[in-house]
Design a protein around this ligand. Structure first.
Ligand SMILES: *[C@@H]1O[C@H](CO)[C@@H](O)[C@H](O)[C@H]1NC(C)=O
Ligand SMILES: *[C@@H]1O[C@H](CO)[C@@H](O)[C@H](O)[C@H]1NC(C)=O
Ligand SMILES: *[C@@H]1O[C@H](CO)[C@@H](O)[C@H](O)[C@H]1NC(C)=O
Ligand SMILES: *[C@@H]1O[C@H](CO)[C@@H](O)[C@H](O)[C@H]1NC(C)=O
Ligand SMILES: *[C@@H]1O[C@H](CO)[C@@H](O)[C@H](O)[C@H]1NC(C)=O
Length: 552
């Protein structure tokens, strides 16, 4: 199908699905969360963690494409709180995105009910508390979107479905870590790596994280929920068969190990076809001067004997990781959340209307470390950008478009101010992420999936477009940029709202390496964007303003 036919197809599908809503509404799942502090000792040292209904990590959210999710969050912390649903595209609904630029925080002692639909998506994702460095204390959990029963999935039903949240871990509290960054220090090295909030001691006392029956195949949904380290994930003696990456069915390749960058999620199948015993699942830091390793046990149900202490080593250097990125391909014939083949969307044939190059850099002025994009280091505003825009008072809160689309090199000084870009609704845009630093980057864009068409060493020039994968690049929502390298992504900005593009590296994001993209619903029409929900929290400059006229 060409693009026009595809749009017509979507329009028909939309009419068909919206008329079916009349017959039966998509199911609702209700959750009530009490978010508290608690004490846990994941690395043997008691420390403060964030619990959801007493759990660390938080509960899994299980859903199927198009389900409605309603979560009433009670903030029993002593600080403002927001939850972000990373990878949930929130079609027409940036009201529920749960980041500082879209929502007023839930104050201590208060509650707020998130309500969103996981529309036209499948895949493995996670949620987490998005303010400050809350994620360093937990509060995260898995979020799955299963395929609707009538849509074929390109692999047999697994025996069971497991969530694996891996991440580097600090024993210092999130408030201490935040103080470090506020006073110009860096986070330093993590003290460990956790798998689902634990690290096996390896002394025979560990309980297994997962169990597998001999001969059966299991699905593992893996996300890196950490703060700064790419982690290499592997299971002793077992291959990881990659089947899905951030909502896209991939060509199924088997890997000894996979590099999972910060904020990235993927799904693998693992078959229990080895000698019945315990095996270690291992997640270890990459691209870091100090190797830090986390382990967990996978037990065969008929297993006899402990896991071998021989831990397979991770690959060295980032060329390996770049080659692995290049081996990830979209399965063009598989259906995603809709019955049409993924490959019917010919993203490589759409004309680019705008190229935005974003160059990250760091600066240390007045002894304070800041990170930025194109010379601006973002600061959050007391009035969320989405609300200032909706209430018609953006000028009182921030300036649009203070950065150029085409910077020359990496800025050595940074202006500290809100960083907000406008993009024309439905434009097809190429974004180049250029990293001149010696450290790896991982970026995430909210509200969208994009085609990750290239990652290459060096600096980008227009003739580098010749190296793009314009056929079967994976549609995803995170992308890493290796040191002294660039990455290119392409997408249609067809989701009206205000969306965060950020470095997933906690230190960089907290110190300004993020921006917001305003995709304006200029007709103020509910065809393009939902109205502000009735329970929307108001704060800052819009706190006492009368609500503007609703979208019609
Ligand atoms: C949340 O949990 C705390 C600690 O157990 C308890 O004191 C509080 O009443 C709970 N709040 C709600 C809304 O359930
Ligand atoms: C998750 O949802 C799917 C489909 O909606 C269902 O088949 C499965 O049993 C659920 N799993 C859990 C653990 O609730
Ligand atoms: C807070 O929780 C109550 C139920 O306990 C609910 O009626 C109310 O809508 C919630 N508030 C918000 C802002 O969602
Ligand atoms: C791609 O998906 C199709 C299902 O449409 C499946 O039959 C095929 O095995 C998949 N190909 C690969 C290489 O994973
Ligand atoms: C894309 O641009 C080329 C060259 O400017 C033009 O010939 C072509 O018609 C355009 N394609 C579409 C689908 O707009």
């Amino acid at each position: 199908m060409d693009r026009v036919t595809y749009s017509l197809f979507l329009a028909c599908l939309f009419l068909w699905t919206s008329s079916s809503v009349v017959r039966s509404e998509d199911p609702y799942w209700y959750f009530t969360w009490n978010v508290t502090y608690g004490i846990a000792s994941p690395l043997g040292v008691p420390q403060q963690v964030i619990l959801i209904n007493g759990q660390f990590p938080g509960p899994n959210i299980n859903s199927t494409s198009n389900n409605n999710i309603v979560i009433n969050v009670f903030n029993s912390l002593d600080e403002p709180l927001l939850f972000h649903w990373s990878g949930v595209q929130q079609r027409k609904n940036s009201w529920q995105d749960g980041v500082a630029g879209t929502n007023c925080p839930i104050q201590p002692g208060a509650n707020f009910t998130y309500k969103f639909q996981v529309k036209d998506q499948i895949g493995s994702y996670f949620y987490y508390p998005s303010l400050g460095l809350h994620r360093a204390a937990g509060g995260f959990g898995g979020l799955r979107i299963n395929s609707r029963p009538l849509i074929p999935v390109p692999y047999a039903d697994p025996e069971d479905d497991y969530t694996v949240l891996i991440g580097d871990w600090y024993t210092k509290s999130h408030t201490t870590l935040k103080k470090f960054l506020d006073t110009g220090r860096s986070l330093g090295r993590p003290e460990g790596v956790l798998i689902n909030g634990q690290n096996a001691k390896g002394d025979g006392s560990d309980k297994p994280l997962f169990e597998m029956k001999p001969g059966k195949t299991y699905k593992y949904r893996i996300c890196n929920v950490g703060l700064k380290d790419t982690l290499n994930l592997r299971i002793q003696d077992h291959l990881l068969n990659l089947v899905e990456l951030e909502g896209s069915h991939t060509v199924q390749n088997a890997y000894d190990s996979i590099d999972v960058h910060v904020g990235m999620c993927l799904t693998v199948l693992v078959t229990a076809n080895k000698k019945p015993r315990d095996y270690y699942m291992i997640a270890s830091t990459r691209f870091s001067s100090a190797l830090t390793t986390g382990k967990g046990i996978i037990r065969y149900s008929n297993g006899k004997g402990p896991a071998s202490p021989d831990i397979p080593v991770a690959p060295i250097g980032w060329a390996w990781s770049l080659n692995q990125f290049r081996s990830f391909k979209w399965n063009l014939t598989a259906s995603a959340a809709r019955p049409n083949p993924q490959g019917s969307y010919h993203y490589g044939q759409i004309n680019i209307t705008r190229t935005i190059k974003l160059v990250n850099s760091a600066s240390r002025s007045n002894g304070k470390l800041r990170y930025g994009l194109n010379g601006v280091s973002h600061v959050d505003t007391d009035t969320p950008i989405k609300l200032a825009e909706y209430f018609g008072i953006p000028d009182k809160v921030f300036k649009y478009n203070s950065i150029s689309d085409n910077p020359t090199g990496a800025a050595t000084t940074l202006t500290v101010q809100p960083n907000v870009l406008t993009v024309t609704y439905r434009n097809y845009v190429e974004i180049i992420l250029e990293n001149h630093e010696k450290s790896i980057q991982s970026y995430h864009l909210c509200g969208y999936n994009f085609f990750a068409v290239a990652i290459e060493p060096g600096t980008w020039t227009p003739d580098k477009r010749k190296s793009y994968n314009l056929l079967d690049a994976v549609s995803r929502n995170t992308i890493q940029v290796f040191p002294k390298s660039w990455a290119a992504i392409m997408l249609t900005f067809d989701n009206a709202g205000v969306w965060n593009l950020r470095s997933e590296m906690a230190e960089n994001r907290y110190l300004g390496q993020q921006l917001y993209i305003s995709v304006l619903n200029s007709e103020r029409s509910i065809r393009d964007e939902f109205n502000m929900p009735p329970n929307c929290l108001l704060c800052g400059a819009v706190k006492d303003l009368p609500p503007p006229q609703q979208y019609a």
